[in-house]
Write a protein that binds this ligand. Structure first.
Ligand code: 6GU
Length: 239
């Protein structure tokens, strides 16, 4: 997968050299380039913002540098992703969709956002997705891009050693994952649940399902509301 990130703070993306994202870049699974938006300014002050039409606080990113940047990095199969608090909530399903695409361009807005015409103009040539990480406001899209890239990269074939990690994890089945334990069996007088040490795989699977359901109902009632009743098997109903 090819990824181009455009930002006025390219230094923000140093963490993308580390850990499994860094490794994916090293093996060629991920071809990622970070660009400084000011590369595409033409005045001596390298201006990227101006005051908003209609008045109001803050500054808005001017369209010209963004248009030049997108013209330079876009190809025939690009999708533009714009992190923004006014975007659609980013979910694991979105991560899977993005992971299946050939080329992602991330446009990192700062201040009050990017002139709307940049997105409207880009949408005439490529799919554009405005995505939000949640109901709170960040200074800009940079940290959101790191989050989204982490969610997407771990879904690329060959990045995770154990493919089961993807099918067993939270949000894969629409439920939160059950608690996990490792050795020692007893620590500070707290024992690992007996069932997990029983070796009875059927019992373990049922315990994990029940814990998943209880945890999801307690913490994420919104996820339970959409949970298909037919996915509750007879043993869950009895439990
Ligand atoms: Cl994706 N960007 C910004 N700037 N703020 C946010 C956000 C994204 N998601 C929540 N708040």
């Amino acid at each position: 997968m090819r990824v181009d990130v455009v930002s006025i703070f390219p230094e923000y993306f140093a963490p993308l050299e580390l850990s499994l994202i860094g490794k994916a870049r090293g093996t060629g699974i991920l071809d990622l380039a970070v660009h400084d938006l000011r590369t595409w300014t033409s005045d001596v002050h390298r201006t990227v913002d101006d005051t908003p039409y209609g008045g109001g606080p803050g500054m808005v990113m001017r369209p010209e540098p963004w248009a030049a940047a997108l013209d330079a990095v876009a190809g025939p199969s690009s999708t533009l992703v714009v992190p923004s608090p006014v975007g659609k909530p980013f979910t694991q399903a979105d991560a899977h969709e993005l992971a299946g695409l050939e080329h992602l361009i991330f446009a990192c807005g700062r201040y009050e956002g990017i002139d709307q015409r940049v997105l409207d103009d880009a949408a005439a040539r490529m799919p554009v997705r405005e995505v939000s990480l949640g109901d709170y406001v960040l200074f800009g899209g940079e940290v959101a891009v790191i989050v989204i890239m982490e969610a997407v990269t771990r879904l690329l074939p060959g990045v995770l050693g154990n493919a089961d990690s993807l099918t067993e994890e939270s949000h894969a089945a629409g439920l939160l994952e059950a608690p996990v334990y490792t050795k020692p069996a007893v620590w500070r007088d707290r024992a690992v649940p007996e069932v997990l040490r029983s070796g009875d795989h059927g019992r373990i699977a049922r315990w994990r399902r029940t814990e998943s359901l209880l945890r999801t109902a307690a913490r994420r009632p919104d996820m339970m509301a959409g949970y298909p009743v037919d996915l509750l098997d007879k043993k869950d109903r009895a439990a």
